[in-house]
Design a protein around this ligand. Structure first.
Ligand SMILES: Nc1ncnc2c1ncn2[C@@H]1O[C@H](COP(=O)(O)OP(=O)(O)OP(=O)(O)O)[C@@H](O)[C@H]1O
Length: 232
């Protein structure tokens, strides 16, 4: 069977500036891939290229399935910004493109609120939540449309280690119930490794691509010795 996503010889960037060079890797259906790398190494650029927001300069991104449904949680920019919508409204907005009958939409929103442990917060405004609660809301919004692929760009950046662990556990639980492929960018190297099947270490080019076990044996020492984990 063809991989869900296959990236071959990809070069991408902005204007004439090439940020990514010769990037190749693949993601199988149902896998959890984590993208690691120092600040400015091109992780967000790679994610934005996969999503079609940045056009490849060379090479290509191939999807094994047509009409793939994608849920996306972008990098959090301003955690204190005013956001006058409730948790329920934000989660519901993930269904705008789905044209579901109202009872079905309500059922899905309620299921996700329950799964992510934020049902009690449904009438609260997004800007009145803690970082962890807000990330759960955004994850629920991405999941409510039942995506085949979930793309998360540093979803745990603002979370303390315990809340982060909780986030990964919730994600694993959801992956156990819904067959979803996950691609996640993070600086939390040690925390995320137990939950993933593949690791991509990026520094404008692919420095490593393989299993977490291979990463721990071959690449992690090099990565830590360069102090990259310090950016976390
Ligand atoms: N919209 C843009 N226009 C021009 N250059 C950009 C743009 N976005 C990112 N860049 C540049 O591309 C390079 C890679 O940035 P990118 O955000 O992909 O890295 P990153 O690995 O996600 O970084 P971080 O870990 O800090 O989030 C940087 O040099 C950045 O300045």
């Amino acid at each position: 069977m063809a991989p869900l996503i296959e990236v071959r010889g990809l070069a991408a960037g902005y204007g004439t500036q090439e940020v990514l060079t010769d990037v190749s890797f693949s993601v199988e259906e149902g896998e959890f891939l984590v993208i690691l790398g120092p600040n400015g190494s091109g992780k967000t650029t790679l994610v934005r290229t996969l999503l079609g927001f940045v056009r490849p300069m060379r090479g290509d991104v191939r999807f094994g399935t047509k009409g793939l449904r994608i849920g996306y949680v972008p990098q959090e920019v301003d955690t204190r910004a005013q956001f006058p919508a409730t948790v329920e409204e934000v989660v519901c907005s993930g269904l705008y493109t789905r044209r579901l009958p109202r009872p079905e939409a309500r059922r899905r929103v309620d299921e996700l609120l329950g799964l992510l442990g934020i049902r009690d917060l449904r009438r609260k405004r997004l800007d009145a939540l803690s970082g962890g609660q807000r990330q759960r809301t955004l994850l629920a919004r991405a999941l409510v449309a039942d995506p085949d692929l979930l793309v998360l760009d540093e979803p745990t950046g603002a979370l303390d280690p315990r809340t982060r662990e909780c986030f990964y556990l919730t994600l694993s639980d959801i992956k156990g119930r819904h067959p979803v492929t996950v691609i996640m960018v993070t600086h939390d190297v040690t925390g995320v490794l137990p939950y993933v099947q593949k690791v991509l270490l990026l520094d404008r080019r692919v420095q490593f691509f393989g299993t977490p076990e291979e990463f721990a044996n071959q690449a992690a020492r090099h990565y830590f010795s360069h102090g990259e984990v310090a950016c976390d």
